[in-house]
Design a protein around this ligand. Structure first.
Ligand code: HEC
Length: 483
């Protein structure tokens, strides 16, 4: 015991330098006991790779154990020599090691000889939908008459009908497709049969071409013409011209309608690479918005009447890059956010709430350098930033990050046992996860699809089969029941 305690003291000194990546922090301070992969062994240390220890509810316990040590064990405390953000980065390291072990052990379903994938609740096959002719498809939605609309990031909208992809729809606005921006979501109004409205989320450049912002547009679509023609009807949301941003990242953007009141719509815009603005209600960056289907602000929006230059369309704030947005079957609104490394989040979106970015983050920098601890100096007790106002913590976060993009709920009838579960996609993770929520908590996560391309969008189709929009290869596939 003494020997290992002394060794602990030695490694503590060498690990004190700031700005180290997590791999180095781990190998200098922890590897001697916990092993390269967290398997343990040194000084009789047990494995960190058990299911029980993978519970995200233990984050704070881990943080405190690393900071203060584990009583009556060889585990020393590192609070004297490591900063809080370095200690948090080591919790992220532990989580990433656990995830690697989990992937090795559980992995994701592989096709058998008949092309059938077996998951815990359903067996499915992958069927091609659109295999050719798309370049970076972003999103799909359906008209009541059965046509599928598909956007391409470069600024094209196409119609898929009877196995054929149309020429680009005419009449679309100019789209700035720089960096991660471009033509993003397409959403058909739930009462399309009555009003003919289709909504687009599109990136617009400022007049000097140097800055850009996400804009929400409404128009009608005439599919009797070939190619179909879109006629813009009105701008639903645009930022003030002085609030367009330079960096070509984090535009959002999904559009969803409230199942209880189809005249209400929600969409999310990323912080556009200017993270501090996510906390500023007078700037459009890093928000989830709620407006009427004509763009007007509902009177019961949380920041109506706040004054100053408040964007009264804001529903919630402190978001990094919400690229997934969906109502579940109970009418709760969820988002998935592309966060920093280890900080991809699933959030339950509530009126007026602050989701914390960048004050509080579970992630670290993609370089591996520590960023902030969720319980760092900016935070007081119980997740309340010293700047005031409680921060909502994510219901789940992905480690390693999956590049969260695309979210929907399974509505049936195709996969009855999945009904009500959320399906979340990942770009870098090339995955679709099934998430089951009970009482606001994640009770089940299962990777049901993996390794067939970057997942840009996941949408439950009109028949209940699960559509997956892939980038690289650029195509649309769907999961259909195998039984
Ligand atoms: C001298 C050996 C030693 C060193 C060095 C060490 N640990 Fe531990 N650690 C232990 C032991 C022993 C335990 C108690 C559980 C066990 O027996 O495995 C433990 C427990 C833990 C736990 C689980 C606590 C819980 O609540 O269950 C975490 C997380 C952890 N260590 C992380 C780290 C990190 C990160 C470092 C490097 C900064 C580190 N440890 C360095 C020996 C060590």
């Amino acid at each position: 015991m003494m020997r290992w305690a002394a060794l602990g003291a030695v490694v503590i000194v060498t690990g004190a330098a700031r700005g180290q990546g997590i791999d180095e922090l781990w190998s200098r301070n922890c590897l001697s006991c916990h092993g390269k992969e967290g398997q343990g062994g040194g000084a009789g240390t047990r494995t960190l790779l058990t299911d029980e220890l993978m519970d995200q509810g233990l984050d704070r316990r881990f943080f405190d154990a690393i900071k203060n040590g584990v009583p009556d064990s060889a585990m020393p405390g590192f609070g004297e020599t490591l900063k809080d953000e370095q200690i948090w980065a080591l919790v992220v390291e532990v989580r990433e090691l656990q995830a690697a072990a989990w992937r090795k052990r559980v992995g994701s379903p592989k096709a058998d000889r008949q092309g059938v994938y077996t998951t815990s609740l359903h067996r499915y096959r992958v069927r091609p939908v659109v295999e050719r002719g798309l370049e970076t498809p972003w999103s799909v939605d359906w008209l009541p008459s059965g046509e599928m609309l598909v956007t391409e990031r470069a600024g094209r909208l196409r119609v898929w009908k009877d196995g054929k992809l149309s020429a680009p729809v005419e009449g679309l606005p100019a789209v700035s497709a720089r960096g991660q921006g471009g033509l993003m979501d397409v959403a058909v109004h739930p009462k399309f049969a009555e009003n003919g409205w289709v909504y687009l989320a599109s990136t617009e450049a400022s007049p000097d071409g140097k800055r850009e912002m996400t804009k929400i547009l409404r128009g009608t679509l005439d599919v009797r013409k070939t190619p179909a023609v879109w006629t813009q009807d009105r701008v639903i949301f645009e930022a003030k011209p002085e609030h367009y941003s330079g960096p070509g990242v984090h535009y959002g953007c999904r559009i969803v309608f409230d199942p209880k009141d189809p005249g209400l719509m929600y969409f999310g815009i990323g912080e556009r690479g200017q993270m501090d603005l996510a906390q500023n209600l007078e700037r459009p960056n890093g928000k989830v918005y709620r407006v009427r289907d004509d763009g007007s602000v509902p009177k019961d929006n949380p920041f109506v009447g706040r004054g100053g230059g408040t964007y009264e369309q804001v529903w919630s704030f402190g978001h990094r890059n919400p690229q997934g947005l969906a109502f579940d079957l109970n009418g709760s609104l969820w988002d998935t956010e592309h966060g920093p490394r280890g900080g991809d989040e699933l959030n339950l979106i509530e009126k007026g709430a602050n989701y914390g970015w960048p004050l509080v983050s579970y992630g670290i920098n993609y370089s591996g350098a520590p960023f902030r601890a969720p319980w760092s100096e900016v935070m007081g007790a119980r997740g309340t930033p010293k700047t005031g106002g409680a921060v909502r913590m994510p219901v789940y976060r992905w480690l390693p990050s999956i590049g969260a993009c695309g979210l929907d709920v399974a509505r049936g009838p195709a996969f009855t046992k999945w009904k009500g579960d959320l399906f979340a996609g990942g770009l870098s993770g090339a995955n679709v996860d099934r998430l089951r929520i009970a009482d606001g908590k994640l009770v089940e996560r299962e990777e049901i699809f993996h390794g067939q391309g970057r997942v840009r969008d996941v949408v439950c189709g009109p028949d209940g089969t699960i559509y997956i929009v892939l980038n690289g290869p650029d195509k649309v596939v769907r999961l259909v029941p195998a039984d």
